[in-house]
Design a protein. Sequence first.
Length: 219
Amino acid sequence: MIHMLRDPLLTPEDTARHLQMPLATLRHWLRDKAAGTPLVHCVEPVTPDAPALPFVAVVEAYVLRCLSELSLTPEQLRDAVGALRSGFTDPYALANRRIADDGVEFFINYADCDELARVGDRRLPLREAVVDYLGCIVWAPAEVYPARLRLRWYAEPASVVIDPEVRSGVPVVERTGLPVQDVVERWRAGESYEAVARRHGLSPAEVAAIVRAAGAEGP
């Protein structure tokens, strides 16, 4: 059983790649502090190249990545996280399930735009965008911290998640548990969407969506 707060799951490099964000930004969040603790938590890696981010930190990085789309300055972002942690009395407040209810209004108050502004890759109104971001975090019943994170840039019909209990936390197709990288590598090796789909029990539409979201170019 993976401990969400203490067991290292991913390296900073893998986290940045899976969350499709600059590694330099993540490294800054690992150093910068709010309410006395880093914006994104980490643990001491066994070796310099070993995983250092527990699952809760991956979720923290995801939330910060999404909030950065709300036009918050680094100072506003730091202040918002500090206030949230103080309000929840939890250093891991960015991954606390209360954020799905109380966090929406909280972050709207800190956003440097009005509620009619359209933000994010889906160009949603501000409130709807925040709800959309936080809705990708999945909690098990009665648990404070998340069970999995749905990667929203993998559009339907291919739902992709990071689940610390599945394949060591690499992104997988939610329906099958198949690592996304397996799909992308088969396609890059020259297999058609249809061939990859048959091999892995997916639909061609799922394969196409995965390839596009992973940053690979279509044929």
